[in-house]
Design a protein around this ligand. Structure first.
Ligand SMILES: *Cc1c(COP(=O)(O)O)cnc(C)c1O
Length: 400
């Protein structure tokens, strides 16, 4: 093994040449052809219809058809969508949600004056663990929010079973998951409702925007009022709403984005497959488990670094990769129960060991449609080289 350290070239942090001569972007959204967006928008713009027009309705219908649901309600963001959903569903008391998520999931809970209760994640899928959810239910619990992490569909059946047995509302934060499928079913069809994000780091892009999908017509109607200050049109609001409308331009962008979504899904999946192929033999890396029947959007592709076997911590690997001109992200670290705004809601008696271990180890690699195969392979090779250098170096130092 010691001879390996002489064959593995030194990494950039040890004075070697970086894997990439220049830093490239961590995320670069592929947007639909500008002309197709403008041609849909132009007439409305000329007529002065830049909000509350029919492009939003057209986008909602197209999205509802794509997702196979009765109703889609376009909103200004996933965050505002989650805020309105909790309000419209009349959620009170405690809401169970994962700690391993983006903090917007929790913000929506706090904005509604509700109490977040964190549940642990599954160690393999990194989505909320239904068995752990069940242990956190109290007489004050009224809802569960689950997150399709990186687009990996949650254990939907188990969560729906728990929600119906305990009479809880079930909401999915599907920010990552437009285009994902659970078995044959598009994500969007589950629980009481699902909320998608259409911001530029996600696959379907509206510029800024969100979308709620539901089969509940009464809920959809309340959400339409909710995004319009709560006003159904009578000037006598039905609920304390927001201005969370989607502008017409954003709807034009999202409508055109639907046409290129399948190509993006395919490319994200091809990149994820390639990363896993190239990295599966590297010691000390773990991968997110996606059920064979499911389709993950791979909004992000992340690995977990086990420092014992890799000879390098997640943070050391991230720094070493940056020296190679490869930017990575720690999606999502720190977990919510370790963030200053949420620590107070975390009851330390019920620990979240799997959330802590995934969050401390997780590293997200660049993944987007225009990333070339060559770049993907370069990133994987750089990780492989760093870990080999490290493990070989350890053997070498031990031999001395
Ligand atoms: C991006 C994201 C959100 C927020 O979406 P916005 O549309 O920016 O409000 C919510 N939840 C998760 C898990 C996200 O990643």
């Amino acid at each position: 093994m010691a001879s390996l350290s002489t064959t593995v070239p030194p990494p950039a942090i040890r004075g070697g040449a970086p894997a990439f001569s220049e830093r490239f972007r961590f995320i670069k959204p592929t947007l639909p052809d500008f002309q197709s967006v403008i041609s849909a928008y132009q007439g409305f713009y000329a007529a002065g219809m830049i909000t509350n027009g029919s492009l939003v309705q057209r986008f909602e219908s197209a999205a509802a058809e794509r997702l196979g649901v009765n109703h889609c309600v376009a909103v200004s963001s996933c965050t505002s969508g989650l805020m309105l959903l909790l309000r419209a569903l009349g959620v009170t008391g405690e809401v169970i949600l994962p700690s391993f998520t983006f903090f917007a999931t929790g913000h929506a809970v706090i904005w509604n004056g509700l109490t977040p209760v964190f549940a642990d994640c599954d160690p393999d899928t990194w989505t909320i663990d239904p068995a752990d959810v069940e242990t956190r239910i109290t007489e004050r619990t009224t809802a569960i929010i689950a997150v399709h992490m990186y687009g990996n569909p949650c254990a939907v059946d188990a969560l729906e079973g728990i929600a119906s047995r305990h009479k809880l509302k079930l909401i999915f934060d599907s920010a990552h998951a437009f285009g994902s499928r659970r078995g044959g079913c598009p994500v969007g069809q589950f629980g009481d409702a699902e909320a998608f994000s259409l911001s530029p780091t996600k696959l379907l892009v509206a510029g800024e925007g969100g979308l709620i999908s539901t089969n509940d017509g009464t809920l959809a109607q309340l959400l339409r009022a909710g995004r319009n200050y709560g006003d159904p049109g009578s000037y006598d609001p039905d609920l304390i709403g927001l201005n969370a409308r989607m502008p017409e331009f954003n709807a034009a962008l999202a409508l055109a984005g639907l046409a290129i979504l399948d190509a993006k899904l395919a490319r994200h999946n091809a990149i994820a497959t390639r990363y896993t192929e190239l990295l599966s033999s590297v010691p000390g890396l773990r991968f997110q488990k996606v059920a064979p029947a499911d389709l993950c959007s791979y909004k992000d592709y992340s690995v977990c670094v086990d420092p014992g076997a890799a000879g390098i911590t997640r943070d050391e690997l991230a720094s070493a990769l940056l020296a190679e001109n490869i930017e990575t992200k720690k999606y999502f670290y720190p977990p919510m129960h370790r963030q200053k705004l949420y620590r107070g809601y975390y009851d330390g008696r019920q620990s979240l060991p799997r959330t802590d271990s995934v969050s401390e180890a997780v590293l997200s690699l660049p993944i987007y449609e225009s990333l070339s195969d060559e770049t993907v392979e370069g990133v994987a090779r750089a990780i492989q080289r760093l870990i080999l250098y490290q493990t070989a170096g350890d053997d070498h130092s031990q031999a001395r």
